[in-house]
Design a protein around this ligand. Sequence first.
Ligand SMILES: *[C@@H]1O[C@H](CO)[C@@H](O)[C@H](O)[C@H]1NC(C)=O
Ligand SMILES: *[C@@H]1O[C@H](CO)[C@@H](O)[C@H](O)[C@H]1NC(C)=O
Ligand SMILES: *[C@@H]1O[C@H](CO)[C@@H](O)[C@H](O)[C@H]1NC(C)=O
Length: 271
Amino acid sequence: MLQIYSKVEKILFFLVSYFLVSVYSQSQGRIVGGGNVQINSYAFTALISDHIKNTICSGTLVSPNAVITAAHCLYNTSAKNLGIQISGYSIKNATKFTASSTVIHKFYDPDSQMNDIGIIILSQPSSIEPARISSKIITDNMNVKALGWGTRSNTELVPAKILQEVDLVTAPAEQCKTVYPMFEGNGVGLQICTGNTPGKDTCLGDSGGPLVIYDDDQWKLIGQTSFGAWPDGSKTIGVCGSNDVFGFYTYIYRYVDFISTVTNITGDAFF
Ligand SMILES: *[C@@H]1O[C@H](CO)[C@@H](O)[C@H](O)[C@H]1NC(C)=O
Ligand SMILES: *[C@@H]1O[C@H](CO)[C@@H](O)[C@H](O)[C@H]1NC(C)=O
Ligand SMILES: *[C@@H]1O[C@H](CO)[C@@H](O)[C@H](O)[C@H]1NC(C)=O
């Protein structure tokens, strides 16, 4: 039995909603062990609210009308239930969108979380500069950065007011396989694995949010938050940022053809 937990955040919608953002409670760090973004360089980062499931996820604008996110954020819901806010810094001045359709990758497996990617087509195109996808080879022990609007713990039921960032490091495949045997290796398979940064992690509400590296003078997309996994029999019960928890991210470079097919945009345009 896999011990994995998704990073969707269940929120209290009577306190916080897409239409009522002014009542967010004071937030500290959301991503675990990170902090507010220091620079406004991630304008492509989306907060995705589901008004029926009362959950939030994060996402990335990759073309004027397409936001990619985790498939598990789009599973069992429909486009009309979603509100999308895009901002690289504060949720207060985010640009709001509605969704016209959603597409989940046809090989998404809810049990293993393989191919955890889906696309939201926005009702109106955005003028915000989309993220570029990095084609750099991903290796072990690489410095990466995760971004998200998520929570710091299960008890904080509101999204972050300021976009959160945390510095992470990709972990060797043999370590990642101990908690998730399907992992094939960084830069090799369909996922990226991070770990060995105790206290630093993505958490609830960060699902679908960008994992980026500094490449060619800008922050480019390499992955998106999928789930955390921890050792069998471990006392840890999947608490974000625990020493023995590894983070798994969908490796976006592998899905350019999928995104291209759904958006009708040539693959080259994403790099
Ligand atoms: C999805 O919806 C179906 C039918 O409403 C339900 O049986 C199933 O439990 C749901 N799955 C998840 C993961 O929510
Ligand atoms: C949003 O607000 C922040 C500061 O509160 C500012 O730095 C940024 O430029 C604003 N962005 C937009 C799109 O207005
Ligand atoms: C892509 O093209 C197909 C076929 O012409 C069309 O049905 C679909 O709506 C298009 N998708 C987008 C996102 O424009």
